[in-house]
Design a protein around this ligand. Structure first.
Ligand code: UDP
Length: 390
């Protein structure tokens, strides 16, 4: 876990003396180099220790045997099984507590730290189980975007980036038949959105969407609604029909068409490409993130779950094309923060670099797919191999 100011390490030793001792010493070394430290130790271990005089912060988790630890369990197997069950739960609570006190552990995908995400994690881990047998792994990204990770993973797996996989009309324009697939039921909404955007000045509109799956908490929806209304920006907001009941009472009735348009679906790529769009307030789903990058739209991120917090971290700290709105201790981003971050990205001097970087990445995404670009070369290579095999 790190911020641009101070790193914070959560240390998780096995609850045995021989593991805790060296970890404690290592933690002190880190702390002396200005890294904030929290050691997670089991209640039973802490109870049986003589006074632990250390400046390092120690937090209790449970192994399910709070009175006697390993001695209370009948066997090592029983101990470890219970530790896995109970420990992961109390560790998640500790991580939440640290997040609420300002520590960004929340950059980690939620299925790694939330016990309820264990099944998603299992599905993902299973995907890796046969990877040593495959010839190619094609990834929806581009080399320049994730160089370090791709270089490192290439040593282990035969990965090739082939993205961004969006229609060529938004990138290199080399395909002739890549008109977006659109359902006719959405036609009137497409027309409505584009008509409304056509009336707006250049780079003046905030586009807001939380994708096709995320269920936003009612309290968060309310804050979002007031944050958008209080901002001095016009907005296009996609609120899925299943989410609409969470809007504040009379919000839609009182919203003027000059100020904002709320729709249940929009043609996102056409919207992001529109010259009136100045910023995308997003949940940071991977597709939305790549689409915003490809179309050069800077972002305010409010990630919800799965990989979204990690994508938001990359947007903010690595590619520097957006900000991540701060949550309060309840995990809600308040209306004042929403207003503040929208202004930062869309109009303030502080957001200038973000806006410039967004244009830079747009260019790089296009180049990756264009003739001879990194993704184009990988696709060529893949096709050559296929031809050889067949
Ligand atoms: N999308 C769209 N119109 C909408 C909302 C979403 O076209 O009103 C598309 C968006 O362009 C993206 C996808 O739906 O391609 C959402 O994928 P993402 O990975 O961003 O989020 P998820 O829905 O998986 O959370």
């Amino acid at each position: 876990m790190s911020t641009s100011h101070k790193a914070h390490c959560l240390i998780l030793p096995y609850p045995f003396q021989g593991h805790i001792n060296p970890m404690l010493q290592f933690s002190k070394r880190l702390q002396s180099k200005r890294v904030e430290i929290t050691i997670a130790a089991t209640k039973s271990f802490l109870k049986n220790m003589n006074e632990l005089s250390t400046s390092v912060s120690i937090e209790a988790i449970s192994d399910g045997y709070d009175d006697g630890g390993i001695d209370q369990a009948k066997t090592y197997e029983a101990y470890l099984t219970r530790f896995k069950e109970v420990g992961s739960d109390t560790l998640s609570q500790l991580i939440k507590k640290l997040e609420n006190s300002g520590c960004p552990a929340s950059d980690v995908p939620t299925f790694v730290i939330n016990p309820e995400g264990e099944r998603i994690l299992q599905v993902l881990v299973n995907q890796f189980s046969n990877l040593d047998k495959v010839d190619w792994i094609l990834i929806n990204s581009f080399y320049e975007l994730e160089k370090e990770v791709i270089d490192w993973m290439s040593n282990i797996y035969p990965i090739k980036t082939i993205g961004p996989t969006i229609p060529s009309m938004y990138l290199d324009k080399r395909l002739h038949d890549d008109k977006e697939y659109g359902l006719s039921i959405f036609k009137s909404m497409t027309n409505e959105c584009l008509h409304w955007l056509n009336l707006q000045p250049i780079s003046s509109v905030l586009y807001v969407s939380f994708g096709s799956l995320a269920i936003v908490e009612a309290e968060q929806m309310e804050e979002l609604a007031w944050g958008l209304r209080n901002s001095n920006k016009n907005f296009l907001w996609v609120v899925r029909s299943t989410e609409e009941s969470k809007l504040p009472k009379n919000f839609l009735e009182e919203l003027t068409i000059e100020k904002g348009l709320v729709v249940s679906w929009c043609p996102q790529l056409q919207v992001l490409e529109h010259e009136s769009i100045g910023c995308f307030l997003t949940h940071c789903g991977w597709n939305s993130t790549l689409e915003a990058i490809s179309l050069g739209v800077p972002m305010v991120t409010i990630p919800q779950w799965t990989d979204q917090p990690t994508n938001a971290k990359l947007v903010k700290d690595v590619w520097e094309i957006g900000v991540r709105a701060k949550q309060d201790e309840k995990g809600i981003v308040r209306r004042e923060i929403i207003e503040e971050y929208i202004k930062l990205v869309m109009e303030e001097e502080k957001g200038k670099l973000i806006r410039e970087n967004a244009n830079k990445w747009k260019e790089m995404a296009r180049n990756a797919m264009d003739e001879g670009g990194s993704s184009d070369k990988n696709i060529e290579e893949f096709v050559s191999k296929l031809v050889t095999i067949s």
